[in-house]
Design a protein around this ligand. Structure first.
Ligand SMILES: [Ca+2]
Length: 364
């Protein structure tokens, strides 16, 4: 039995989260009939011009052994073949982290300053995509893992379409989040604990240490050499074709939402990975789709005291971990490169998922 067959067998009925009629409505609108992949807005010359001088991304999907020595490590083809996890090597470098005007978005952006120099000392292997439902299913099946939301019986936080509020939904778990997902959608309803458990499993499976990105590594990869509000510019419009954010398709389902993009990106909820344009590092969905757990504990004042080289976040001084990037629920500005969110490590949400990174070394 394949992982996909096993998952379909084990997966609870989608109707457990919402009434049948509502579920069918959401399913029809939530990407079960998938729209075409958005065409690239970059040509290669434009992408080159956007690169920082001290970073050198690899931005296509060609396997490394068919391309050049600066790409996916030859030692890790198994995870690409078995799990479909594709890695891109991002070279070390320096960038400006945070936002220059910390009050630009009121209290929501005060924790994003002061803007400061950060050095990423070592090359990274970064997953091009967020971890998918199919990949998480393989983990669950092979490791016998039960998520925090399932263990507690409390489920996860999700959007109540009728009210527009985010509420706890006991029957919402990663395999049944309350909207349509295929194996290629990013997994949601996973806690920080669940995400790090996946990383430990992937480490044991490959012999290569995988983990969540630090907050600094995440922003370095999101900016992809850009010092603008978003990887492609300063205007919300620059996320068109780049990000799955809260948009008119979501607003059509949830009329009480007042702050969404003024365009329709075709995905009211999650979109399959790779549905939108990659950044100049060749990484997808850093803006939007799902918020991504980072390794660090969250501290609103951390940027005022963080070290320049490879900041790892504060010692455990609070009960929150960092979440970055915004999601299908957030308006475009909430998906900005410097945007910082937080979450309790045992808590899960229909808006949060994760991606994995590994340190690059000569043995790769
Ligand atoms: Ca959307």
């Amino acid at each position: 039995m394949t992982a996909k067959e096993l998952r379909n067998k084990l997966r609870p009925s989608a109707s457990c989260c919402v009434p049948i009629a509502v579920w069918l409505t959401l399913s029809n609108l939530a990407g079960c009939d998938l729209p075409p992949v958005v065409e690239s807005v970059f040509d290669s010359d434009t992408a080159e011009a956007k690169m920082a001088v001290d970073v050198r991304p690899v931005a296509d999907g060609t396997p490394a052994d068919e391309r050049n020595p600066v790409g996916e490590p030859r030692a890790l083809p198994a995870i690409r073949q078995e799990l479909g996890i594709s890695l891109v090597r991002i070279e070390s470098g320096r960038f400006q982290m945070g936002i220059a005007d910390g009050s630009r978005f009121g209290r929501f952006s005060q924790c994003e300053g002061p803007q400061h120099t950060v050095v990423i000392s070592n090359d990274l292997l970064v997953a091009r995509h967020e971890v998918t439902v199919g990949q998480f299913q393989t983990f669950v099946s092979q490791a016998g893992y039960v998520t925090d939301a399932e263990q507690s019986g409390k489920g996860c936080n999700g959007l109540d379409v009728a009210s527009g509020n985010v509420v706890r939904k006991p029957d919402c778990v990663w395999s049944s989040p309350g909207f349509c997902q295929t194996d290629d959608h990013p997994v949601v309803c996973v806690s920080w604990n669940d995400a790090t458990a996946f990383c430990r499993w992937l480490t044991s499976k490959t012999g290569q240490t995988f983990r969540l990105p630090t907050e600094a590594e995440w922003e370095y990869c999101c900016r992809a050499g850009s010092d603008r509000m978003f990887a492609n510019g300063d205007d919300a419009d620059s996320l068109r074709g780049i990000a799955n954010c809260g948009d008119l398709s979501l607003k059509a389902l949830c009329r009480s939402l007042t702050s969404t993009a003024d365009w329709n990106d075709s995905y009211p909820f999650t979109a399959p990975i790779g549905s939108f344009q990659a950044n100049t590092f060749g990484i997808y969905d850093m803006h939007g789709n799902v918020g991504e757990w980072c390794l660090d504990w969250f501290d609103a004042d951390y940027f005022a005291k963080s070290p320049e080289a490879d900041p790892q976040g504060p010692e455990q001084a609070d009960t929150w971990h960092v979440v970055r990037g915004g999601s299908w629920y957030n308006n475009p500005f909430s998906c900005r490169s410097s945007g910082r969110h937080d979450g309790i490590p045992t808590e899960a949400s229909t808006t949060n998922g994760f991606r994995v990174v590994a340190q690059f070394s000569d043995k790769n």
